[in-house]
Design a protein around this ligand. Structure first.
Ligand code: ATP
Ligand code: MG
Length: 447
């Protein structure tokens, strides 16, 4: 019989709960742990339970009457507390187990999980994994991916704070699109149509006028109606913007440090998760190799015999080829492509003063996929009026943004880095959907 909550006998002197990660310092002691019933198996007269808490797993061994009492015992994923003795065991995962246990059911699961979570590998198709993410995200291998993402965000923040950047949160409900009008989600805003922000671009630039150096970690929304392995309809953007730069190379140096900080934080804060996933972190070179857009086209022609000169952008295949080249010829997982055609990039991109047909703009390619776009922005009011007119864009929706430039803005630039893209490339997962806690895609608005 599964005891219900009111049947639980609370021991008079309840031990303080320890985390599974703390047990190594308590060998031979009687301790209390609490978490989820991760797995259970019977072997001879013994019952082995695995308890999972927010930090790890621990094996619990019951024998005799205690083992019989656990048959069948609470269902998988029930929340339980266990008191027992921390014992060294060469066979136990992690070298420790809890013996002579008493088991208390804190909250019994009412249904079995849709996928067995107690196995090392989660055996389920992508759709099942995502549709039941509320429980499949509990699996250690899934959780590890999100811990890596958290470590990456922490490393990003730490790097920018060290350089005296101020963290900001800009509005996500906007009156007009910031990038291109096609891929925005409209929202009813008290009878008016607002849009969800596709990026913090215009606001972070305005904030350079306040702080000089700003960064933001927040959601952005892209109504891109296609199903790819590298796009989500909501993702986390790591943005920075900095004033008083010479050109985009200052931003590229900053971004290099931010990425190194992210990788370093993953190593420092999520070493166990890296081991669990078998992930090899990339080396971030002191200077990331750079190739210009024009050189990239020449290289693709020379190496692959494919002539993409005249194209205004790089395709995913081109990026893959360039990534291979960087790996083989420069020994780097990272490659900067600079100098995109001015007429291809956003209106706020600063043209190269010597060759105005190319912009002071870059993409950072990581293991063959674009991970960051950034560059130097225009900073003169009249340049904005000119470019908007040239592109046939109305100035009215940008009135507040343009005001910032009317009141004086320094040369500045910045970048936007897709968190899930980065973690997908680090972990080698086959789709970005597996890097989002609750991905928003063409078909998925729940869970
Ligand atoms: P792509 O060419 O890959 O569609 P983009 O050039 O449209 O990307 P940007 O507007 O430059 O994207 O966004 C900056 C970064 O944000 C990208 O380099 C990428 O890491 C990430 N990103 C962009 N769109 C998405 C998306 N739909 N889902 C997840 N990440 C994205
Ligand atoms: Mg881009």
């Amino acid at each position: 019989m599964v005891p219900t909550q009111h049947q639980i006998q609370h021991p008079r002197e309840q031990l303080t709960r320890l985390r599974t990660s703390e047990l190594g310092a308590h060998v031979g002691e009687r301790v209390r742990v609490a978490g989820w019933l991760h797995a259970r198996r019977r072997l001879g007269g013994l019952t082995f339970l695995t308890l999972r808490d927010g930090w790890g797993l621990v094996q619990v061994v019951a024998e005799g009457a205690a083992a019989a009492a656990l048959d069948p015992g609470p269902p998988a994923e029930s929340v339980i507390a266990i008191e027992g003795v921390v014992t060294r065991s060469a066979q136990a995962p992690g070298g420790l187990e809890i013996t002579a246990p008493t088991v208390e059911v804190i909250a019994a699961a009412t249904v079995p999980p849709p996928v067995a979570l107690g196995k090392r590998e989660l055996k389920a198709g992508l759709a099942t994994l995502l549709d039941t993410a509320v429980v499949t995200n509990r699996h250690p291998a899934r959780r590890a991916v999100f811990r890596l993402a958290a470590a990456a965000m922490a490393g990003f923040r730490a790097t920018l704070l060290e350089r005296d950047f101020t963290e900001i949160q800009t509005p996500k409900l906007l009156a007009a699109a910031t990038e291109s009008g096609a891929s925005v989600f409209p929202v009813d805003y008290f009878g008016r149509t607002a849009v969800l922000a596709q990026s913090p671009q215009l606001y972070k630039q305005m904030m350079v006028g306040v702080f000089e150096r700003v960064f933001e970690v927040g959601p952005v929304f892209r109504a891109e109606p296609h199903d790819t392995t590298r796009h989500l309809n909501e993702y986390v953007s790591l943005d920075a913007e900095m004033g008083f730069i010479t050109d985009h190379h200052d931003i590229m140096a900053l971004l290099r440090d931010a990425v190194a900080g992210m990788v370093g934080a993953m190593r420092a804060r999520a070493g166990a998760e890296l081991d669990l996933l078998g992930v090899a972190l990339p080396e971030v070179p002191a200077t990331i190799p750079e190739i210009t857009f024009v050189e990239a086209h020449e290289l693709i022609l020379a190496r692959h015999g494919v002539d993409v000169r005249g194209e205004l952008d790089l395709s995913p295949r081109d990026e893959r080829w360039l990534g291979d080249w960087a790996r083989e010829e420069r020994g780097s997982d990272f490659l900067y492509v600079t100098g995109y055609p001015t007429r291809k990039v956003a209106f706020y991109a600063q043209p190269n003063p010597e060759h105005p047909e190319y912009a002071n703009y870059f993409d950072l390619i990581f293991r063959g996929t674009e991970m960051v776009s950034g560059g130097q922005r225009r900073h003169r009011y009249e340049d904005y009026l000119a470019v908007l007119a040239e592109r046939g864009l109305p100035a009215e929706p940008f009135a507040a943004y343009l005001d910032a430039f009317r009141y004086g803005m320094p040369p500045h630039g910045g970048f936007g880095l897709g968190l899930e893209r980065f973690v997908m490339q680090v972990t080698g997962l086959p789709t970005i959907k597996l890097v989002s806690l609750f991905p928003r895609d063409l078909h998925r608005l729940t869970p």
